[in-house]
Design a protein around this ligand. Structure first.
Ligand code: ZN
Ligand code: ZN
Length: 365
């Protein structure tokens, strides 16, 4: 589906939500709908029109990137005021009737909402709109999947860089830095989140950002890393052991490995996201480790690193072909160690496809 169709299908859903226009303010949503990658933009979509508002810094960029919406460079600040003025002008073609304008309550600030209220005439009513664009973004089209696959492959290659450098005494930030240098050198737009390198007892922190701590002589090293390539994110976790793992460490790794495989096997169109979470949790329960699995099994990935659907306990969202989600169970034993294994998968009608598949057996260094 091209960009033109994305705006058109959004326009078709507006009447069902009793909206005459929608203000799209979240940059990834704007990028998804019209291709604009600037940081200052507001897309107004009515049933008949679509207009991107931006400021003078983005004149050339907006005209180059945006083909399916009119571009208006406004001198008003915030640009929201320019959009409000346009909405109430003849150009918007909304007539003199009552106009219901949907705003994105998750992303528009209170100050922005107040600005809209004070600029729009009385016949305009602001409504919190459901997350229509986020819902559309959940199912990726072929072009998006191709981009995500490339991002996943570049992301996966960074683990080779990590493997060649992990040894006692190397600091977590040195390791993260080497991976990030590799990513940028290979053409990544950036990292999709701050690289997590958590070694030894720090591996028990599920979100242990790389610190100045050196890798100890013995223990797990959790590496959770991702790139942004052509706008799309990757996300992957590998856990290796430096030294000789204890029986307890081996058991924990084997349990997470099995839980991750079970959850991947549970993925197919028509299954609720919560059932995938349950597949992972069930294995860890059997091994007596469920209480150490302290986060959800996964999340959607696309233009943003964390998107819908959530793959969490009790989650009712039904998976559809074309969704891209992570499967990342882990166990974290405070003060001792942690293990996580994460892959990205594309949901298909029958099962799922693991992106940049590799061997997830325990690697010892
Ligand atoms: Zn991750
Ligand atoms: Zn993740």
């Amino acid at each position: 589906m091209g960009l033109q169709n994305r705006i058109e299908s959004l326009q078709r859903t507006l009447p069902a939500h009793h909206l005459d226009a929608l203000l799209v303010s979240h940059p990834p949503n704007i990028r998804y709908l019209c291709g604009f990658t600037g940081s200052s933009g507001l897309l107004v979509v009515s049933e008949a029109k679509s207009v991107l508002f931006t400021d003078g810094r983005y004149t050339a960029q907006a005209r180059q990137e945006v083909k399916n919406a009119r571009v208006i460079v406004t001198r008003n600040t915030p640009i929201l005021a320019g959009a409000a003025q346009w909405l109430s002008s003849k150009g918007a073609d909304l007539g003199q009737r009552l106009v219901r304008v949907g705003i994105d309550g998750e992303h528009l600030s209170v100050a922005g909402e107040q600005k809209l209220r004070s600029t729009l005439p009385g016949r305009f009513r602001l409504r919190f709109a459901p997350p229509l664009v986020e819902q559309a973004r959940m199912v990726k089209d072929a072009e998006e999947i191709a981009r995500i696959r490339k991002a996943a492959e570049l992301g996966a290659a960074l683990f080779q860089t990590a493997l060649s450098r992990i040894r006692p005494g190397v600091t977590e930030t040195q390791l993260a830095g080497a991976m990030e240098f590799e990513a940028r050198s290979a053409g990544a737009d950036g990292m999709s989140f701050e690289t997590i390198i958590a070694a030894g007892p720090r591996s028990a922190l599920p979100h242990g950002r790389a610190s100045r701590s050196p890798i100890p002589p013995s223990g797990f090293v959790v590496c959770d890393f991702g790139v942004i390539l052509s706008g799309y994110c990757s996300d992957r976790t590998r856990t290796v052991f430096v030294g000789t793992p204890t029986a307890e460490a081996r058991r924990a790794y084997a349990a997470v490995f099995e839980a991750q495989e079970a959850a991947v096997s549970a993925v197919r169109a028509g299954v609720k996201a919560g059932e995938v979470d349950r597949a992972a949790r069930k294995i860890l329960q059997e091994k007596g480790l469920a209480r150490y699995f302290t986060h959800s099994t996964g999340h959607g990935v696309g233009l943003e690193i964390h998107e819908d659907p959530r793959v969490a306990k009790g989650e009712q969202e039904v998976l559809k072909a074309g969704m891209v989600i992570t499967i990342e169970p882990g166990v974290y034993i405070p003060g001792e160690f942690g293990v996580r294994i994460e892959d990205m998968v594309v949901v298909t009608e029958q099962a799922c496809e693991v992106l940049a598949p590799g061997n997830n057996e325990l690697i010892t260094i």
